[in-house]
Ligand binder design. Structure first.
Ligand code: ZN
Length: 291
């Protein structure tokens, strides 16, 4: 009985700890959307707009987008629960919608004016006013995918199609040998031992959250809208290229957040790394490390 009580208390304690992560995760995602939306909107304010009004508008719309970003990340739990990779297309649709709203807020334009959906290193961009769909190349995301392709032995096109996310395989992840799965961009590198069963789907859902984290700072990309517009006026070639190339500074922002701010993924710091805890909690409702 004593033992049973101990087990119950232990389980309850763990659950309490786990439950406490949810408000933190909601606050983090909402604030990332709100702050990047607010700052971007202020930078891109129109001449007649007051700076504090532009900030407030971007902050509120960005917060709404950020809340949607959180919902999209959380939908990855369905991959683990139902053991079906196709939920990755659904979670990405919700995540991208939220991400688009944050970008619209940061660009100081109508919140429904532009939507995007990322497939690998291609960003499919839909502009509502022009009713146009343009594929744009993301150089940093592409670089990250090349890095994973270089460290892989095969590309699993079936799994990639099922989840809507590039999936590579190797015998051993040489840049971090203790891992069985790694996300270095909008794609994954898994070891050959990870091909099915609960652990495969749990890991896949976790890595999907990381893939989304690589885009969550995309509001920052709009901090450079004004200098970019000036360059487009000056250089027609740059203008032409800008139509097809999307500078994804959000990728580098994620690297700074993961490796500098969160000090991942080494040793004990892995367990305290917010981004690891978010990925594990939203996919399988556990902390990154069992306490
Ligand atoms: Zn992770």
């Amino acid at each position: 009985m004593k033992r049973l009580c101990f087990i119950l208390l232990f389980a309850f304690g763990l659950q309490l700890g786990a439950q406490n992560l949810e408000p933190k995760i909601i606050a983090y995602n909402t604030l990332v959307g709100a702050i990047t939306g607010g700052i971007g909107s202020m930078i891109n304010k129109r001449k007649e707009q007051k700076w504090h009004k532009a900030f407030a508008k971007g902050f509120v719309i960005g917060a709404g987008g950020g809340a949607m970003v959180y919902s999209g990340k959380k939908l990855n739990s369905l991959i683990a629960q139902k053991q079906k990779l196709s939920y990755g297309w659904v979670s990405r649709a919700v995540f991208s919608a939220g991400n688009s709203i944050v970008e619209n807020a940061a660009a100081n334009r109508l919140f429904w004016s532009q939507w995007h959906y990322d497939v690998g290193f291609i960003r499919l961009e839909y502009k509502t006013k022009e009713n146009s769909l343009i594929p744009r190349f993301m150089p940093s995301t592409f670089g990250g995918l090349l890095f994973m392709a270089y460290h892989s032995t095969s590309f699993d096109y079936r799994t990639s199609l099922r989840s809507g996310t590039f999936t590579f395989y190797t015998d051993k992840i040489r840049y971090e040998p203790r891992l069985v799965g790694s996300t270095a961009s909008n794609g994954f590198l898994f070891t050959d031992t990870l091909t099915g069963g609960k652990i495969f789907y749990d890991t896949y859902a976790h890595e999907m959250v990381h893939a989304f984290q690589f885009h969550e700072f995309s509001g920052i990309n709009h901090f450079f809208d004004k200098p970019s517009a000036k360059l487009q006026q000056k250089y027609p070639l740059y203008k032409k290229l800008s139509k097809w190339i999307y500078i994804d500074a959000s990728y580098e922002s994620m690297l700074v957040n993961y490796f500098i701010i969160n000090q991942g993924p080494k040793g004990k710091l892995y367990c305290r790394n917010y981004l690891e805890n978010e990925a594990e909690f939203l996919s399988v409702r556990r902390c990154a490390c069992i306490p």
